[in-house]
Design a protein around this ligand. Sequence first.
Ligand code: KG4
Ligand code: ZN
Length: 341
Amino acid sequence: MTTILGIETSCDETAAAVVDDGQRVRSSVVASQIAFHQKYGGVVPEIASRKHIEVIDSVIEEALTTANCSRDGVDAIAVTHAPGLVGSLLIGVTAAKTLSWMWDKPLVAVDHIHAHTTSSAIGLDSAPWPAVALVVSGGHTTLFHVRDFLDLERLGASTDDAAGEAFDKVATILGLSYPGGPAIEACARDGDPNAVDFPRTMLGRDSLDFSFSGIKTAVLYHVNGTGKTSGGLERMSAQAIADAAASFQRAVVDVLVAKTMRAVSRVGVSTVVLGGGVAANTLLRKELREECARRDLTLHTAELAHCGDNAAMIAAHGYHLLQAGRTADLTLDASARSAAP
Ligand code: KG4
Ligand code: ZN
């Protein structure tokens, strides 16, 4: 058995987890900073790094204690080193390097987006690959052809706002709270998804890239009037806001599902996996499930606990890197951008 301690601090969640063989999650601790960023309507990088420093030690300790795991029981330390906010990533990377040096354990550098694909495989009896993976997070919307845990080919990605970012920005436009995804989902429950015909930007006929900035602007002008950026929200009823939220959510989900199916046709696989913060969205999960069922495709969605940022997926992905001998050394640095692919 191989036990990995995973550490994740790429954005506004400080997380640590203990996972056996990339499969069994013995503990997964996530300290969310949402309360500290909410009044600013988004993540403030300086606050995020400072909060990571304050809680990282106790989060790691809690993960080890909950798993009943001592330092001797840890075989390697896996940490997110990219992509994300560099000041935030550095806190996790520094903690992981320190423990690796003190405990004399291998260090493994994990790409956060790749780990979101692996999150969908946690707890499965057998690996779901080959598959098309849709990763929908705050900073990224990416389609991968995943041949194996470490063999990913990027098929397409967001060219401007990521899906989660669009949810967050549209929530602000509609006067809803941060983070916008859950707020829009809750508000949309009372709304009519067909009330407003927001654009579904598909880009070129064969494109597997995404663009969500157009729909964000469409919501802005729907609320304020064409060409105007403020002043309209006060005149909208609660029902009109719910209708806008529901119509926006429906349009984004339509595009995500359609592009995923385009990717499936392109690479010819029979399995789809879904991960990332937006993967918690009930409508997206339902629509993707129904479309996969219609086409006889197998769908694996990450468990809700593993959709948003967490360290269990970092430990799980780190396990496969360790097995492949892909360890890092103490020169490891944080990076705002993903390395290839
Ligand atoms: O993966 P994640 O936790 O962090 C990043 O790696 O960015 O994703 C966070 C994003 C945020 O934009 C948040 O609004 C969105 O996921 N999100 C949702 C839902 N829950 C979180 N979007 C739509 N529906 C949700 N239920
Ligand atoms: Zn994420």
